[in-house]
Write a new protein. Structure first.
Lengths: 133, 182
């Protein structure tokens, strides 16, 4: 049977990473990086948020974009799942709805690489009926 | 929810929303007793006594309490469908424990799905949140503890894509080595 990965392998990997990892990628300064949050509440999961998550992690790395992709619970836009929130350094977060792999590709190429917003933004001032109660 | 890993991601997100800093997930396979047990425990703020009944009711929750939605009723339904059962205990200020027991042999028992990928995602959610996963298959056991990983990594984050992939593979290989049921 193939060897099972262990903490010793992690240590080796850490050394490799430390020689490459940019100082900025470290925990004390996450605001300086592109941050992407993928909504993974019940409705997000059910509509394929995990595929979008994996795609974003893989593609941002392949395209050499320093970004932190994490998951978050329900963002409250259950009608438009999967939803992702993109925060460019020094900017306000922007939320996109109905994000599939194709949309995610467009968001990486236009929004994240060039700062141009693409279709599918959920306006920040959107309020559900409940919010107005 | 297609499989157990999706339920786990869902319930773990309730814990995160409840301010938990430690989430412990365990799966115990006991084919000899025809049981397959999932327990998710957190140290979040807990659910008030008068709300516990309600979180299991899909019709009560939907909008006004955003903390828990359809996730819990769906898990409960899936457990009961196999002939198993479900329980939720919670104490305000201490945390919540969700337990779903499935009949191991039931054809309705959901497959575990991509558990390693799911755990690598949950572990990377926030540096302040720790995750412990214990999988026992009869006498074999595998324990993943994000605190151990963090100690090794120092200032490298678990959300680093290479680390996330490493954790995914490490968990998956270890589960293979204890012959877990897929």
């Amino acid at each position: 049977m193939a060897k099972v990965k262990s903490l010793a392998d992690l240590r080796k990997m850490k050394e490799e990473l430390q020689s490459k990892v940019h100082l900025r990628e470290k925990a004390d300064n996450p605001e300086s990086l592109v941050q992407v949050k993928v909504g993974m509440g019940t409705s997000g999961i059910a509509s394929g948020a995990k595929e979008v998550f994996n795609y974003l992690v893989d593609e941002l790395e392949k395209r050499n974009i320093e970004a932190i992709v994490t998951q978050t619970g329900d963002m409250g836009y259950s009608y438009a799942e999967p939803t992702i929130e993109v925060t460019m350094p020094g900017s306000e977060p922007v939320v996109y709805g109905y994000v599939d792999v194709k949309k995610a590709d467009e968001i990486i190429e236009k929004h994240i690489k060039h700062g141009d917003w693409v279709d599918g933004i959920i306006p920040a001032n959107y309020r559900t009926i409940e919010d107005n109660k | 929810m297609k499989d157990l890993s999706q339920h786990i991601l869902d319930i773990a997100n309730n814990s995160i929303r409840a301010g938990a800093t430690l989430i412990q997930i365990s799966i115990a396979e006991e084919p000899e007793k025809d049981l397959y047990t999932l327990i998710i425990e957190d140290n979040g703020r807990g659910i008030p006594k008068d709300k516990i009944e309600q979180v299991c009711d899909p019709f009560y929750t939907s909008r006004t309490t955003r903390k828990v939605g359809l996730g819990i009723p769906l898990l409960k339904l899936n457990a009961e469908r196999t002939g198993g059962w479900f329980s939720l205990t919670s104490e305000e200020g201490k945390g919540t424990t969700v337990k779903a027991v499935f009949k191991h042999k039931s054809v309705d028992r959901p497959a575990i799905g991509d558990i390693s990928g799911t755990l690598s995602i949950v572990a990377a959610t926030d540096p302040k949140i720790d995750l412990v996963y214990i999988h026992t298959n009869q006498s074999n056991e595998y324990i993943f503890d994000s605190r151990t990983i963090k100690r090794e990594l120092g200032d490298i984050l678990l959300s680093n894509p290479k680390i996330m992939r490493f954790i995914d593979e490490m968990i998956s290989e270890n589960l293979e080595s204890i012959n877990y049921t897929k």
